[in-house]
Design a protein around this ligand. Structure first.
Ligand code: NAP
Length: 294
């Protein structure tokens, strides 16, 4: 029987750190503020946006939630996000996905100032994740790595099988895992023998969105399994991509709920605090260059 890699303690530590930083900024006269855009129509998005609002309040971070009707035109959404990008009192911007079909998520993301992009969705931050340059990296991949480290699992030299290559989790995680010196195998919907790739891995990370895709028989006694999947099951229950029976065959499994997702929301606000530092740095750079020219 393996252990559950619960994120409760790590998330509490991360939240305390974010609250401490927020208090320090307030004492310096900076009130940390995040603005989030929610287009009505997706109950799960509304739930997550409200959970973030509650967490922000507990951390001492202001949170503005703009809820707009489903039929709002793309130009109006882009206009609102652009205004937040220009507004110096707003330090972080989040856009709740999915957006309705008539709106291009890429167009809205492109309107976010990369220095305020706490979800890491702008082209500049996607590039930073690939190259390892400083930037705002997406919270869920960070959460997968932090959870492993919190349980003492190093990634260096390990065979990691990543199941899923989506834009939000799998793809950025692929780059981040390589920088942790892991050897990464990426599986997706066309992978011929998923079970073989999962079985040969020291560490398996699931980021698919298919309940029970990874079954207990795919693991061995040394498998360490991080489940980033979030799926709605019967009676409104939330489950991951890994069958709960895996706890009987693997060494460690992260639970859903109570694992990656718990840490992700906390890390979003760490990104927001980090964003403030990046914005202050950028302003100092401009002043120095301006001063040098004068
Ligand atoms: P996505 O963009 O839809 O990507 C899903 C990936 O899974 C794709 O690469 C797809 O392959 C692959 N896939 C689909 N069916 C498969 C199969 N049968 N076998 C192997 N691979 C398969 O999803 P995402 O946005 O990256 O999100 C992935 C999961 O993470 C979702 O459950 C989402 O809810 C969850 N999530 C969790 C958090 C958190 O905080 N815990 C945050 C964000 C998202 P192809 O590329 O071939 O299509």
């Amino acid at each position: 029987m393996g252990i559950w890699m619960n994120a409760k303690e790590t998330a509490a530590r991360v939240r305390a750190q974010a609250a401490e930083e927020a208090a320090r900024l307030r004492a310096e006269g900076v009130v940390p503020k995040v603005a989030a855009l929610l287009v009505e129509g997706d109950p799960a998005s509304a739930y997550y946006a409200n959970a973030k609002k509650k967490l922000a309040a507990s951390l001492g971070i202001e949170f503005v939630l703009a809820e707009l009707p489903r039929e709002t035109a793309e130009a109006e959404l882009v206009g609102l996000v652009s205004a937040w990008s220009r507004d110096e009192s707003v330090h972080g911007i989040m856009v709740e996905l999915p957006l309705p079909g008539h709106v291009s998520a890429a167009a809205v993301a492109a309107a976010i100032d990369p220095l305020k992009d706490v979800d890491g969705v702008t082209p500049a931050n996607k590039l930073a994740v690939m190259t390892g340059e400083a930037g705002l990296y997406p919270a869920t991949p960070q959460s997968c790595i932090l959870l492993l480290k919190a349980y003492g699992y190093s990634l260096e030299g390990k065979n990691v099988t990543l199941v899923g290559r989506g834009q939000t989790v799998g793809l950025p995680l692929f780059h981040m895992l390589q920088r942790e010196q892991a050897t990464v195998t990426v599986c997706h919907s066309r992978t011929a023998d998923l079970s073989r790739h999962v079985k040969q891995a020291d560490i398996v990370i699931a980021a698919v969105g298919r309940p029970g895709l990874l079954t207990a028989d795919m693991f061995h006694a040394g498998s360490v399994v991080v489940d980033a999947g979030i799926n709605e099951a019967e009676e409104g229950r939330v489950v991951g991509d890994v069958d709960a029976e895996a706890i009987h065959t693997a060494a460690a499994v992260s639970p859903v709920p109570g694992g990656v997702g718990t840490l992700t929301t906390a890390l979003l606000f760490v990104n927001a605090i980090r964003a403030i530092g990046l914005q202050q740095e950028a302003r100092r750079d401009v002043e120095t260059k301006g001063g040098a020219r004068a």
